[in-house]
Design a protein around this ligand. Structure first.
Ligand SMILES: NC(=O)c1ccc[n+]([C@@H]2O[C@H](COP(=O)([O-])OP(=O)(O)OC[C@H]3O[C@@H](n4cnc5c(N)ncnc54)[C@H](O)[C@@H]3O)[C@@H](O)[C@H]2O)c1
Length: 323
């Protein structure tokens, strides 16, 4: 089967998705769309470094209008601002079977419900790329946790992009504890908006906390004066897991026993997208967060983020520029 895949947005992450697609086990024709010539060139170079064994080919385009009408999978890897409009534009003329959205899904709160309705009306199955769910260590952890015992999920690190990246940790926390209702408290964030590394977006620093109806909790700290990579700690009364993701190591402490250290794998996006695309196209399933559940998690974070952004910027909108 020769699948037809569109990749919209060929920036840094889009290029990694494309390299990932070149590793698919099924053959596919990938159409890459980006109005920015430099991005297209970067993606083309990234693709040329890869050697597809299954016969994945790529063509490069400047507009959605150049896409074929019949698409199996679309990956929307632009930054967050144009994402909802691109989705509308796409679905005005075509009906792909599946869509994979990048995070942060939409920075405008009023985009969530209409896009969800649109996807449902068209029968399009969609996911959001909060990719820890596809990492093998996070797939194993649920069976290592003591059921019924409250989980405290904690992240500490320096300047890791709490505005744009908290959703990754809120997502995996939600997955581990099996709850999607997470009430988020941003009152301990710094009373300051920081510049994002991406133009046109802002960042937050400080500490976010949250809890679920069943008593699980989450604390995320990004110290804007620091530069330590984020470390994930998952605590229960009787045990604690510490994940040094960038060092590919996990420490496990059980009360009354010596700590053990285990190497863990942590795949790059260019190693994950091919696996995800194969699963979606061949089984109609994948490890990532379904659009509906992810929308809920995004909105629970976005609502207080908009309130804080408005408070600090003097805006009065329904939007927070995070990506
Ligand atoms: N899931 C993850 O682990 C992960 C990791 C990194 C980045 N991201 C997210 O991916 C998104 C992209 O990040 P990036 O670092 O690649 O940004 P980037 O700025 O490098 O790339 C964005 C690209 O989108 C293109 N674009 C803008 N409008 C477009 C349109 N209308 N049609 C087609 N292309 C358009 C731009 O020209 C640019 O090339 C961000 O939202 C970011 O938060 C996710």
């Amino acid at each position: 089967m020769n699948y037809h895949i569109a990749l919209i947005g060929a920036g840094q992450l889009g290029t990694r998705h494309l390299q990932g697609l070149s590793r698919m086990s099924a053959s596919a024709k990938v159409y890459i769309v980006d109005p920015n010539e430099a991005s297209l060139e970067q993606a083309q170079k990234g693709f040329a470094e890869m050697h597809s064994t299954a016969g994945v080919t790529a063509t490069f385009h400047k507009s959605i209008a150049e896409l074929p009408k019949e698409l199996d999978l679309v990956i929307i890897a632009t930054s967050s601002r144009p994402r909802a409009q691109i989705t509308r534009e796409l679905l005005a003329t075509m009906a792909p079977r599946y869509i994979l959205f990048e995070k942060f899904l939409f920075p405008e709160i009023n985009d969530y419900k209409p896009i969800n309705t649109l996807l449902q009306q068209r029968g399009i199955k969609a996911w959001v790329n909060c990719a820890r769910r596809a990492q093998s260590i996070y797939k194993q952890l649920p069976s290592m946790l003591t059921s019924g015992s409250p989980v405290h999920f904690e992240v500490n690190g320096g300047n890791w992009g709490l505005g744009c990246n908290s959703i990754h940790f809120i997502d995996i926390f939600s997955c581990l504890v099996g709850e999607t209702a997470v009430s988020i408290d941003l009152s301990k964030l710094d009373r300051q908006l920081y510049r994002s590394k991406r133009d046109g977006y802002i960042e937050f620093g400080g500490t976010l906390s949250g809890s679920t109806p069943n008593g699980h909790s989450i604390t995320l700290t990004s110290d804007m004066m620091g530069n330590e990579p984020p470390v994930v700690r998952i605590r229960q009364t009787e045990q604690e897991f510490t994940l040094f993701e960038s060092g590919k190591l996990m420490e496990h402490r059980k009360s009354g026993e010596p700590a053990t250290q285990t190497p863990i794998s942590f795949l790059f996006q260019s190693e994950l997208t091919g696996i995800t695309a194969d699963l979606i196209l061949q089984k109609g399933e994948c490890d990532l967060t379904p659009f509906d559940a992810s929308s809920k998690l995004h909105m629970q974070f976005l609502e207080p983020a908009i309130a804080l952004y408005n408070d600090l910027s003097g805006e009065k909108g329904t939007f927070c520029p995070i990506t």
